[in-house]
Design a protein around this ligand. Structure first.
Ligand SMILES: [Zn+2]
Length: 234
């Protein structure tokens, strides 16, 4: 449940003072919508509940108006359920913050704009993030190049095979894991866990990353091209 800011309430019922029209971002479709409540059902004079479908996606949203006497006597707090279906941070954001704290903040700000339904600002922030990432990985050289040129330079410079070379070395007969494969009774839980993590990272790197990337490319290629503003009326 999330608290709805009191400024989102556009009008109230005259008798009990419960909200009647609430203008806010729909937690299901993340679009700005006007929720009109027909009736509230009250319980014990302390909580009132109402359900209203989103006029855009038609999925029901539950509102709770609760009087909490501890904080502000008589002032009810309006809650909405469910929580917005916004995106959460990707796994491993700490590595990005470690690479560059400003880039970490840019990523967080892109997510925040997305979760507030600000698509244009999200896109600009993501572009800023990609440019910053390319510049940072090129150790701040090529600052004046365009993003596509920077990405091309990056693909020539970054040794994407290095992680595989490291793994090959560890699994070789003389390597840290290779030596233990000859007698598996010497394996302890710690080694087994590290091997499992190694395999998971390889799967993520060699199978999951190319797979999800190809899927995203397909989705981008098959998405309808949006009409430019002003061209629809001609
Ligand atoms: Zn909706």
């Amino acid at each position: 449940m999330k608290i709805v800011d009191v400024t989102k309430v556009r009008s109230r019922f005259s008798v009990a003072g419960h909200p009647q029209v609430i203008e806010m971002l729909c937690p299901h479709c993340l679009k700005e919508a006007s929720f009109t409540i027909k009736a509230w059902s009250q319980h014990a004079g302390r909580v009132a509940a109402a359900e209203s479908p989103c006029p855009r996606c038609n999925i029901a949203v539950l509102f709770l108006n609760m009087v909490d006497h501890r904080d502000s006597p008589g002032e009810p707090t309006l809650y909405v359920h469910p929580d917005p279906v916004g995106r959460t941070q990707m796994v491993g954001t700490d590595y990005l913050r470690h690479l560059s704290a400003p880039l970490g903040r840019t990523y967080e700000s892109a997510l925040k704009h997305y979760n507030q339904g600000e698509w244009g600002t999200t896109a600009l922030t993501v572009r800023h993030l990609l440019e910053g990432l390319a510049t940072r990985l090129l150790t701040d050289a090529h600052r004046s190049d365009t993003l596509p040129t920077q990405l091309q330079t990056l693909s020539e410079r970054v040794d994407l095979a290095a992680p595989l070379d490291d793994i090959a070395e560890m699994l070789a007969p003389s390597g840290i894991f290779g030596r233990q494969f000859s007698d598996e009774t010497t394996m302890d839980q710690n080694t087994a866990q590290q091997l499992l993590e190694l395999a998971e990272q390889m799967v993520a790197y060699l199978v999951v990353l190319p797979g999800t990337m190809a899927e995203l490319k397909d989705r981008i290629a098959s998405a309808p091209v949006p009409l430019r503003r002003g061209m629809t009326s001609r």
